[in-house]
Design a binder for this molecule. Structure first.
Ligand SMILES: [Ca+2]
Length: 83
């Protein structure tokens, strides 16, 4: 998922709930400072620790969720806003 805002704003994301498998290699979420997963990575999230609020340095951010074929946790509930 790509989030884009106008040039004068930045993207900020946060989470109200987060519950993925505890291993970092099975189910995980990544965030990138740009329009795709080739951009510099900002965060790598897994397990049940609630990630802190992330403010991206530019006006474009990219979120990528990866999961495997077995064991499903409840997932995550996040929000984004423009700052
Ligand atoms: Ca899994």
């Amino acid at each position: 998922m790509s989030i884009n805002v106008c040039d004068l704003q930045k993207v900020q994301i946060g989470f109200q709930g987060f519950e993925l498998e505890s291993s970092c290699v099975y189910d995980f979420l990544q965030s990138f400072n740009g329009g795709d997963d080739e951009a510099p990575r900002v965060g790598y999230y897994f397990g049940s620790d609630l990630p802190g609020i992330v403010t991206f340095s530019g006006n474009t951010s990219y979120l990528k969720f990866t999961s495997d074929v077995s064991i499903t946790y409840s997932g995550f509930l996040g929000f984004y806003k423009f700052v």
